[in-house]
Design a protein around this ligand. Structure first.
Ligand code: RFL
Ligand code: PHB
Length: 394
């Protein structure tokens, strides 16, 4: 059986980018269809980001999906960088007048799904063989298989919000796309545990055994990460081994406050910097991880995705409301300018805070000197702070 559906915007991917775009367009009376190769439960269960910039919080407020975020999100006015046992607080509030909000990506996704369900929004889950076509035509199409049926969606625009491994970016001809990539020689092993956080703010630590991050989801739930080898297997990381390694990297003073317990989520993520240029081809627009990846050290991935959607939704709403395409035409250029700055920050903080297997004693001294400089200079701390709380949208 085959079926054709018509809509204004076909959104590939129901991660935070795709869901926020659908919500923002719906609020402006613009029709969309969202498809994902996974189902809602799987998408909501993916444990990832934990820190929202104020601009991201504002976007979720504007979209009308912030009641739980505003009640349960934890404002953070600073965080610690620790290097070889010395801790330096980056006073976000004092240095920039702004703070960040700790609220899990799982919760953002849940709030967005809750807002859309039951409101006549069209979702297709568990889709297969997704294939965008006619990208340069006035009515581009997305073809896919769903529950044994061949479906074609005919639309005005396609939003490629399908993450790093999606098909949207691959639908752009190789001769018009440039990609830039750096793969880091380690990963992050992360766990969730139902125990109060070791510290009331986040701690990013560089210890000679490797990076460690103490983060949280609530007053009773902690999220911890340690740098691991890319070839490490979860089977080799018992909870006991994880806690021992984390305690050592956080140092005895911090570790004295560490409340350990059984982990209920454990995963390894590789670290990568990646940028695609341009982020538009014909009537296909890329947004979020489909177009760019940052290493998680600066907590920027989800925030970048939300910033893309703020600009893309504004451009689409202008197109439909007034026929003005100027922001659609400048979308890729505007977004990429900001993306590269955020890539720079995430790369810099990753370089500073990890142990690199190839580093010579000279490079180790450079890392130490950079930390000492940040710890002794308000200007250097402010530069970190203004990036961490989020750069202006344009
Ligand atoms: P997503 O979340 O990857 O969603 C893409 C969706 O597309 C679907 N999909 C397809 N659908 C249809 N057809 C196909 N062919 C498809 N291929 C894929 C997928 O099933 C999925 O549902 O991308 P999106 O929406 O752009 O969102 C990006 C964020 O998820 C990501 O940037 C952040 O999670 C990154 N990140 C962090 N970002 C922050 O801002 N702050 C943080 O503190 C932070 N911590 C992290 C992170 C990412 C991590 N991992 C696991 C990579 C910590 C970690 C460990
Ligand atoms: C998280 O809580 O998952 C988290 C926090 C800060 C980061 C990355 C991840 O930089």
């Amino acid at each position: 059986m085959s079926k054709t559906h018509k809509t204004q915007v076909c959104i590939i991917g129901a991660g935070p980018s795709g869901l926020l775009l659908a919500q923002t367009l719906a609020n402006a009376g613009i029709d969309s269809i969202v498809l994902d190769r996974k189902d809602r439960a799987y998408i909501e269960g993916r444990v990832r980001a934990g820190v929202l910039e104020q601009g991201s919080v504002d976007a979720l407020i504007d979209a009308g999906v912030s009641s739980r975020l505003q009640a349960e999100g934890i404002p953070h006015g600073g965080f610690d960088l620790a290097f070889g046992g010395v801790r330096h607080r980056i006073d976000l509030e004092g240095l920039t007048g702004k703070s960040v909000t700790v609220y899990g990506q799982t919760e953002v996704t849940k709030d967005l799904f809750d807002a859309r369900f039951g409101q006549g929004q069209s979702f297709f889950f568990n889709v297969e063989d997704v294939r965008p076509s006619d990208l340069k035509e006035s009515k581009p199409k997305v073809h896919f298989q769903h529950e044994g049926c061949s479906i074609t969606v005919e639309c005005d625009y396609i939003a490629g919000c399908d993450g790093f491994h999606g098909v949207s970016r691959q639908a752009i001809p190789a001769d018009v796309i440039n990609t830039f990539e750096r793969v880091y020689p380690f990963g992050w092993l992360g766990i969730l545990v139902e125990r109060p956080p070791v510290n009331h703010e986040l701690i990013y630590a560089n210890h000679e055994r490797g990076f460690a991050l103490a983060s949280m989801r609530s007053a009773t739930r902690s999220r911890y990460y340690i740098q691991c080898k890319l070839e490490d297997d979860l089977i080799d990381w018992s909870d006991d081994r994880f806690w021992g390694e984390l305690a050592e990297r956080l140092g005895p003073e911090t570790a004295a406050c560490l409340q350990t317990g059984p982990s209920f989520e454990k995963s390894i993520a590789p670290l990568r910097s990646f940028v695609t240029e341009p982020m538009r081809y014909g009537n296909l627009f890329l947004a979020g991880d489909a177009a760019h990846i940052v290493p998680p050290t600066g907590a920027k991935g989800l925030n970048l995705a939300i910033a893309d959607i703020r600009l893309l939704s504004r451009a689409l709403i202008e197109h439909y409301n007034s026929g003005n395409d100027s922001h659609l035409d400048t979308y890729s250029h505007t977004v990429l300018k900001r993306v590269w700055k955020v890539e720079r920050f995430s790369w810099q903080l990753s370089n500073l805070m990890h142990q690199f297997p190839h580093h010579t004693p000279f490079e180790k001294h450079m890392q130490r000197a950079e930390f000492d400089y940040i710890a002794s200079s308000e200007a250097a701390s402010t530069a970190i702070a203004e990036n961490y709380v989020g750069l202006p949208l344009e």
